[in-house]
Design a protein around this ligand. Structure first.
Ligand code: 5GP
Ligand code: ZN
Length: 120
């Protein structure tokens, strides 16, 4: 998938609306359209990478920026003390649907076991 038909690149460009939580130089965070928890925020690099590994391999500092931004959002949104989960889906078995690297922040309730779908 090229950048021109990437949903999250369109959100970065402002061509698709999103509820923005944080807008930094290289990183954007916005609310997930179909939240799986009371707080469900996606943190993405503004530059397109298909996966978290593509990003980390090319620019590990940028991968660190996503983690830092997620932590700052947790403090600002006041769920840092209660706790939260950070998650990168990568590839078909993970269920990754949007091929633009994104860090999920899930919070606002006890999140239960790590897996979110039933195991076979
Ligand atoms: P994935 O399954 O790829 O790890 O996660 C993609 C996430 O993007 C899903 O949680 C889905 O709800 C969210 N999503 C899909 N389309 C949109 C959209 O147009 N806007 C927003 N804000 N989130 C979206
Ligand atoms: Zn993209």
């Amino acid at each position: 998938m090229g950048m021109t038909d990437c949903l999250f690149c369109k959100i970065v460009a402002g061509d698709v609306p999103a509820t923005v939580v944080a807008d930094a130089e290289e990183v954007l965070a916005f609310r997930d359209i179909d939240p799986k928890a009371p707080q469900h925020i996606l943190v993405i690099p503004k530059r397109h990478y298909d996966t978290a590994f593509d990003m980390a391999r090319d620019d590990p500092r940028l991968a660190g920026e996503l983690l830092r931004e997620a932590g700052e959002i947790a403090v600002a949104q006041e769920f840092a003390d209660a706790g939260y989960r950070l998650l990168f889906n990568t590839g078909p078995d993970s269920g990754q649907e949007v091929m633009h690297a994104h860090l999920h922040i899930l919070a606002g309730r006890p999140l239960g076991p790590m897996l979110t779908e039933p195991q076979e």
